[in-house]
Design a protein around this ligand. Structure first.
Ligand code: GDP
Ligand code: ZN
Length: 324
């Protein structure tokens, strides 16, 4: 304790505490402070500071709080974010940015070997999102136990090899048998990670395998929708492996919504080397003559599946229906 005299009486300002926002339910926030979770509100003027954002404080934010006499907190300040994921707000606040999660360290796309089968379109959309937000990404292929035939094993190895060659880690795991789970747990350790995948790939079973205390509901899709969890606009940070996993709505919720079609190729890592070589600048690499990206696809230097994903996402950007 410093030996400076503290002035008693009502004027003394309490020391602000620092915390991590785990959950948001409209006007209240669950904020982790040390080993405790404090219910907190946001100071009024805070809300009005950024009119283009619907939520001034997001899950994953580090905040400073003043503790009130009733044990609740008053969030007074937001610490700088090193990353975020957001989407376009719907309804009354349409068009504005809604921050889903702040300070994301890593993003994992969950797929299955089958039931449902590996979906490169989903993966590529996810990877573009991660690249656009500057978040390191990887792929988890679950249900390794369902690979019994050799041709199926070759397919899975093809996808694994393709994405690894692009620099993305690919983990082959089974939530059912436990294969690869320890490796995934180590990747999540101490970080804030986003884990997303299409319904049915076994995301909940996988997270339960990594962290049994979670007790996430698994199985029937209809049961989960009934619970309403996936219709909420608020994400939640779940404690996993000494870090947190953001339980977020589906991939369509993530906004690559403010991207211009001309920007897209910069988020396909293997296209970057060719971008300056196209005859037309900017080039969208679909119809322009003298396109270096198309030439690279023809020369097998860019995988045809990746180019197809590129064209599909380009189309949705032109139609303006990405991330809504
Ligand atoms: P989510 O919609 O991605 O959260 O998927 P769930 O975790 O609810 O799992 C969907 C179904 O896949 C359930 O019937 C699970 O039992 C099954 N499942 C999950 N992981 C595995 C796995 O590694 N192997 C097999 N064979 N089935 C799995
Ligand atoms: Zn081009």
């Amino acid at each position: 304790m410093p030996d400076t005299p503290t002035s008693p009486g009502p004027r003394a300002e309490p020391t602000p505490v620092e915390g991590l926002v785990l959950r948001s339910t409209g006007s209240w926030y669950d904020v982790r402070v040390g080993d405790e979770t404090v219910q907190a509100r946001v100071r009024g003027k805070f809300r009005l500071e950024d009119r283009d954002v619907t939520n001034p404080v997001a899950v994953g934010d580090r905040v400073t709080m003043r503790m009130e006499d009733d044990g609740t907190g008053l969030i007074t300040d937001l610490l700088p974010r090193h990353s975020k994921l957001s989407r376009r707000a719907a309804g009354r606040r349409a068009g504005r940015e809604h921050v889903l999660v702040a300070n994301v360290d890593a993003a994992w796309c969950v797929q299955a070997t089958k039931l449902p089968s590996f979906n490169p379109g989903f993966v590529d959309r996810f990877l573009v999102m991660a690249e656009a937000y500057g978040i390191p990404a990887g792929i988890v292929i679950n249900k390794a136990d369902l690979v019994v035939r050799e041709d199926h094993a070759e397919d899975v190895a093809y996808w694994q090899g393709l994405y690894e060659s692009l620099g993305y880690p690919v983990l082959l795991v089974s939530a059912e048998t436990g294969e690869g789970i320890e490796g995934f747990r180590e990747r999540l350790r101490g970080k804030t990670s986003v884990v997303a995948g299409p319904s049915g790939v076994g995301k909940s079973t996988l997270l339960n395998a990594v962290e049994p205390a979670l007790g996430l509901r698994t199985g029937e899709v209809s049961e989960k929708t009934r619970k309403g969890r996936h219709t909420t606009t608020f994400a939640e940070l779940l404690p996993v492996a000494g870090g947190y996993v953001a339980d977020t709505p589906g991939i369509r919720e993530f906004g690559i919504w403010d991207m211009e079609p001309e920007e897209l190729s910069a988020y396909f890592v293997e296209m970057r080397a060719y971008l300056g070589e196209c005859h037309f600048q900017p080039c969208t690499h679909d119809h322009e003559p003298g396109c270096a990206v198309k030439a690279a696809v023809e020369d097998d230097e860019i995988a045809p599946e990746r180019y197809l994903s590129y064209l599909n996402i380009l189309e949705s950007l032109r139609e303006g229906d990405v991330g809504r």
